[in-house]
Ligand binder design. Structure first.
Ligand code: MN
Length: 315
């Protein structure tokens, strides 16, 4: 079989750095009418551990229409994580699950060998939308696992003197999110009180990064952290202390560096171009992903293989 020509983007955290603090500006974009700020992947930072995609959207207020309306599209080789600060996102998938993500809860979809889903602002909504969409590359041994979907109404919360920590993925300070994970990834939403300080214990073997979600935040003895940047922290960091003057909120992601390069193309995470070509052909042929039930706009078509395909913005 001839080698398929696929303009897939090779992503790697092999270049994980030791203890550091690097500010990577997010890339602003408008996608399907929804303004997003892309923190991962960007030119100079493709992954943080196995986290390979991070979009920030909102806060937006609306009185008509539905700001998020992503028709059915496929995924392989990854997990999607939907975490909201305000508003609602309705998930529908080809396994038959339907679940509305709301603040405090999380939707985690494991694509494994293949799943299709749609994500939209439900017709009954609060008129607000504010959140993040993340992808996690599955380890090589697990990336062909059966697809699955988990909705949690309420993720574990750790109350601290200086604020609170919501554990939307992974384990932190003795509590563990029941959402499935395939490596020691961590996803935290950290709220710091006015004039508060919050110490965070980290695994020094993991890479970590921060994204300000609101308010003012700074690291101990360092300059303020700004919105619109992904702050890459490297590895070898056993702890972090965050402070706020008027109150602040940030996202912390972490995980072990991925030992091999991965390929990202459109909504697919793989290792070989042939796998991407096969997944694309299956999707276009209506084969292998199943149907997403519900009243949706027509499913998305995959771009041409030889065209560079940006990851689906709304994941
Ligand atoms: Mn998606």
């Amino acid at each position: 079989m001839a080698t398929q020509q696929v303009r897939a983007k090779e992503c790697s955290s092999i270049g994980a750095e030791g203890l550091t603090l690097i500010a990577h500006p997010n890339r602003e974009a408008m996608l399907m009418g929804l303004p997003i700020s892309r923190a991962l992947p960007i030119r100079d930072r493709r992954m943080v551990g196995p986290w390979c995609f991070l979009d920030r959207f909102g806060p937006v207020a609306f009185s008509a229409g539905r700001p998020m309306d992503v028709p059915p599209h496929p995924h392989i080789g990854l997990q999607t994580v939907s975490w909201l600060l305000e508003g609602e996102v309705l998930h529908s998938d080809s396994l038959g699950y339907q679940a509305t993500a709301r603040p405090g809860g999380v939707n985690v979809m494991t694509a494994g060998r293949g799943i299709a889903h749609a994500e939209e602002t439900p017709r009954q909504n609060s008129g607000r939308l504010n959140g993040v969409q993340l992808w996690v590359a599955l380890p090589d041994a697990d990336r062909r696992t059966d697809p699955s979907f988990v909705h949690l109404e309420q993720v574990p919360v750790v109350a601290e003197a200086g604020g609170k920590v919501q554990v939307f993925v992974g384990a932190y300070d003795g509590v563990s999110s029941p959402a499935p994970h395939f490596s020691s990834i961590l996803g935290l939403d950290v709220e710091i009180r006015r004039k508060g300080s919050l110490p965070l214990a980290l695994d020094p073997a993991c890479e970590h990064a921060l994204l300000v979600l609101g308010g003012d935040c700074r690291l101990q003895d360092d300059r303020p952290l700004e919105q619109g940047f992904l702050y890459y922290l490297g590895t070898q960091r056993p702890a972090l202390e965050v402070h706020s003057e008027a109150g602040g909120r940030l996202l912390l992601i972490g995980g072990p560096p991925v030992p091999e390069p991965i390929l990202m193309w459109w909504n697919f995470v793989a290792r070989m171009p042939e796998e991407i070509a096969e997944a694309r052909a299956n999707w276009e042929d209506g084969d292998g992903f199943g149907e997403v039930r519900g009243d949706h706009a027509p499913r998305l078509h995959a771009p041409d293989l030889i065209r560079f395909a940006r990851p689906n913005p709304a994941s």
